[in-house]
Every structure is written in structure tokens, then in C-alpha cells.
Design a protein around this ligand. Structure first.
Ligand SMILES: NC(=O)c1ccc[n+]([C@@H]2O[C@H](COP(=O)([O-])OP(=O)(O)OC[C@H]3O[C@@H](n4cnc5c(N)ncnc54)[C@H](OP(=O)(O)O)[C@@H]3O)[C@@H](O)[C@H]2O)c1
Length: 302
């Protein structure tokens, strides 16, 4: 007798999270079956029980400690951060591996930082970080836990797809979106960075899960965009009266507990393995976000 297929194709971990809910909305729109997990990542027995009961075909992990109001929180809550970002994600990966379930892990590219050599700004002759470059950013505990977990997942789990997001941007003014965050800062640095435009890239993540791809991917739009370019687009498309003030990285460091990563990731592996998707360069993708937001605002005003 063969077991009947589970009615749940995707199990999403992180039910109250920002990205988890966007992933769920996308699956719903496509008529895919999904459920939110109810276990905590580090609760092995609860995780095993739910995987065995729900029997999902795939797991999408959007859970992790990001810190509130920001990653500075992790500096003073190291054990809690390890519990989710290291012990938790490894427990989930192990439980999935034992059952032959593919796991997509929404991770971070904030494990790199420009240097004065090979990885200086690309505009000054540097080269973006590839998936094979060793992490070089240790300025925040959050980033360190993410780099530790990535290394362990990469070397020991062949059922895991690691997607490194950076400065994710949604098509609305969610407080979690990079656009909203920097538009609210009193002063903002001005550095080129990789970004993840979610409307473009979440469908790519679902497709990669569907195809069972594994390993590490820089999950960003190609190229980079500076803070000032993003804010100039905000002024152009959202609020012509908007102004902002810059400050230097040294001045910023004085007001933060943890360091912040600034880097450009090489997205060519992501593009190569997803030929069916049009993945715009960072500037064009962000301008696309603003165009869609402006159109939505106009439609709301009617
Ligand atoms: N947003 C960003 O700027 C950004 C950038 C790069 C990468 N990422 C990564 O993308 C992932 C999702 O980010 P997000 O912005 O959606 O974060 P979020 O809004 O803070 O959501 C995180 C979710 O994880 C859950 N969670 C945390 N620890 C858990 C545990 N031990 N067991 C079960 N659930 C747990 C939280 O639930 P509770 O509140 O109940 O704990 C929450 O639902 C994270 O891993 C993050 O590191 C985010």
C-alpha cells in the first residue's frame, strides 16, 4: 500500500515574520498548498512530530532572530541568538535531512564587508563577493551566528538551499523594508550595496525549492545601489518634499552597538541557474519597486 500524498506541499517556518508572510501570500496567489509550522526551531521533538504529521514535500525556513528594534539587540542576547540562528536552524536542517525533505533557508549576505584590497568598491576596481569567498565581516553578533550556521549547513547537509538575502525591499512601505528603514533615519550613510527586491526574487526562491536546488546562492539583484540613489528615487516617486542628511561610516559607528555590513555580492550564479527569470540590476529593480508603489498610491487615490 502506498501512502497518500500530503495535502501540504510547503511548510513555512516563521509564521509571524515579514518574509514568511510574503512567501505565504505568493503561494496562496498561485493556489499552492502550504501551512505554517507551529514548532520553535530548536524544539527537536516538536519539529519531528510536525514533519511526520504534516509530511510536507518541502520546508521553507523564514525564521531567525533578527533583533528588535534592530540587530544591536543580538549583542546583548547572544544565547537567544544562537538558539534560533545556529542551534535552531541546524536542528530543522537535520530533522529534514533525516526525512529526505528539501529545506530552503532564507539566510543573509551580511557576512561580508568591503575591504581595501580585492573587495573594495566595484566602482573602484573591486570584485563582488562570490558564494565561495570566506565571510570577512565579524562586526555584529547577528552576522557571526549566520556565518557559523551557513558554514555548517554548507558542509554537512545536502538537502539545504541557502539563499543569502541583503537589505530586502518590498513593494510597500513596510517598516521592515530597506527603503522605509533608511527614509526614517535621522542621518544615513551613502554606500553601494546589494539588495534583494522581493517581488522579483521570491518567485525565484519558490522555483529553486521546486527544482530541489541545493547549496549556497547570493540571493540578490546583480550590481549595487547606494543609499542616496534609493532616497533620490523615494523623493522622485513618493514624496517630492522629502530630504535627508548623510553622515560618514565613522560617525555612524559611534551611534551603533553592532557594526553594519556593506558589500556587493556576485549574483551571477543565481542568474545562471535561473535562466527563465528576468532578474534586473539593483538600480532598475528598485526603480521598478517605486514605479509599482506610485501606481498603487494613484489607484488608492481614485
Ligand atoms: N529583514 C531583513 O533585513 C533581512 C535581511 C537579510 C536576511 N534576513 C533573514 O531572513 C529571515 C527572515 O527575516 P524577516 O525579516 O522576515 O524576519 P522577522 O520579521 O523578524 O521574522 C522572523 C521570524 O522568525 C521567527 N523565529 C525567530 N526565532 C525562532 C525560533 N527559534 N523558532 C521559530 N520561529 C522563530 C519569529 O517568530 P517570533 O517573533 O515568535 O520569535 C518571526 O516569525 C531571517 O533569517 C533573517 O535573518 C532578513
Amino acid at each position: 500500500m502506498t501512502e497518500s500524498a500530503s495535502p501540504v506541499k510547503y511548510l513555512i517556518v516563521g509564521k509571524t515574520g515579514w518574509i514568511a508572510n510574503m512567501v505565504a501570500a505568493l503561494l496562496k496567489e498561485r493556489g499552492e498548498s502550504y501551512a505554517f509550522a507551529s514548532f520553535r526551531l530548536e524544539q527537536r521533538e516538536a519539529c519531528e512530530r510536525e514533519l511526520d504529521t504534516v509530511r510536507p514535500q518541502r520546508v521553507l525556513n523564514c525564521a531567525g532572530v533578527t533583533g528588535r528594534p534592530n540587530v544591536d539587540w543580538c549583542e546583548d542576547h547572544k544565547r537567544e541568538t544562537i538558539r534560533s540562528n545556529v542551534v535552531g536552524v541546524l536542528t530543522l536542517a537535520d530533522c529534514c535531512a533525516e526525512r529526505g525533505i528539501h529545506l530552503t533557508n532564507f539566510a543573509t549576505g551580511c557576512i561580508y564587508h568591503y575591504d581595501d584590497g580585492k573587495h573594495r568598491y566595484v566602482s573602484e576596481g573591486g570584485v563582488p563577493f562570490t558564494e565561495d569567498d570566506p565571510p570577512n565581516f565579524t562586526g555584529s553578533y547577528y552576522s557571526r551566528t549566520k556565518a557559523m550556521a551557513e558554514e555548517m549547513l554548507r558542509t554537512a547537509f545536502d538537502n539545504v538551499l541557502t539563499l543569502r538575502l541583503r537589505m530586502p525591499i518590498s513593494d510597500d512601505l513596510s517598516p521592515r523594508s530597506f527603503i522605509t528603514k533608511i527614509s526614517k533615519y535621522e542621518r544615513v550613510v551613502n554606500v553601494p550595496n546589494s539588495v534583494t527586491v522581493l517581488t522579483e526574487l521570491l518567485p525565484v526562491a519558490i522555483s529553486m525549492s521546486e527544482r530541489g536546488l541545493t547549496g549556497v546562492y547570493n540571493f540578490t539583484n546583480p550590481g549595487s545601489i547606494t543609499h542616496n540613489q534609493v532616497l533620490a528615487l523615494y523623493q522622485q516617486y513618493i514624496d517630492p518634499r522629502f530630504t535627508w542628511k548623510n553622515f560618514t561610516l565613522e560617525e555612524q559607528a559611534k551611534i551603533l552597538k553592532a557594526g553594519r555590513s556593506n558589500c556587493e555580492l556576485d549574483a551571477s550564479k543565481l542568474q545562471r541557474d535561473n535562466p527563465g527569470f528576468e532578474i534586473h540590476n539593483a538600480y532598475d529593480a528598485v526603480e521598478g519597486v517605486f514605479r509599482r508603489m506610485q501606481a498603487a498610491m494613484k489607484a488608492d487615490a481614485l
